[in-house]
Design a protein around this ligand. Structure first.
Ligand SMILES: O=C[C@H](O)COP(=O)(O)O
Length: 252
């Protein structure tokens, strides 16, 4: 069983000053012995990566970015290359987050290009997948997960090491809505993802599959207890230090 990964995705929240204030509160409050049972990852906006990188890593946590562009450098105004993230000490990058798919219009193919390129450059990747409410109501959960995983992993070698790749299952209808998926929905989706990974990657059994979507201190322990849930990707409830401390320590 891989150690659960507890990831805070701050989306477009917090200046670098606010990020440092949060981190001071968080690290003072958290009992650091939880680190033997949990990995902790912060995904702040690009503008806070430099300020947070050293404090986060010295405290034994990981840091990553919310996005990257699939090229080493070039005329891509406003974009950030994986090598630039590595240079700031990042261990991870998110690809395919639903807000990038549905708000910014990223295609399955583009998500696949980013995933393969970032892995190739040496970043750990958290590939996010998940169905919309319409797709769930139409009985298409498995089809959507299969399509997003196949495209997302298209150029990823089948012997990618388990520690380099993480999958996050985030049903779009549960993100930021307060509506957490039912245990059975999470169990079924995670089992589906595990099965699809097994068809494609040699390290499938050890790849972490995170759940994301309205995770809170009150529901986190129960979610983590479900089969094939190897951590959580938390948005809103990771913005307050006390709340994220409770999430990181949930069930211990
Ligand atoms: O990346 C995190 C997810 O989008 C979940 O966000 P949420 O916890 O605010 O629902």
């Amino acid at each position: 069983m891989p150690k659960p990964l507890m990831a805070a995705n701050w989306k477009m929240f917090k200046t670098s000053t606010q990020a440092l204030e949060f981190f001071e509160d968080f690290s003072e409050t958290l009992d650091s012995t939880v680190l033997k049972d949990r990995d902790v990852l912060f995904l702040p906006p690009f503008t806070s990566l430099e300020a947070l990188s050293d404090p986060v890593r010295f405290a034994g946590f990981s840091i990553g970015a919310q996005n990257c562009y699939p090229a080493a450098e070039g005329a891509f105004t406003g974009e950030i290359a994986p090598g630039m993230l590595l240079d700031l000490g990042c261990d991870y990058v998110l690809t395919g987050h639903s807000e990038r798919r549905h708000v910014l219009g990223e295609s399955d193919e583009f998500v696949g290009q980013k995933t393969a390129f970032a892995l190739d450059q040496g970043l750990g990747v958290i590939l996010c997948i998940g169905e919309t409410l319409e797709q769930r109501k139409a009985g298409q959960v498995e089809t959507v997960l299969k399509r997003q995983l196949e495209s997302g992993l298209r150029d990823v070698p089948n012997d990618v090491p388990a520690e380099a790749l993480t999958i996050a299952y985030e049903p779009v209808w549960a993100i930021g809505t307060g509506e957490v998926a039912q245990d059975e929905d999470i169990r079924e989706a995670h089992a589906t993802v595990r099965g699809l990974l097994a068809d494609r990657l040699s390290a499938a059994a050890d790849i972490r599959i995170l759940y994301g979507g309205s995770v809170k201190p009150a529901n986190c322990a129960q979610i983590l207890s479900l089969d094939n849930v190897n951590g959580v990707l938390v948005g809103g409830a990771s913005l307050q230090a006390a709340s994220f401390v409770d999430i990181v320590s949930a069930g211990l």
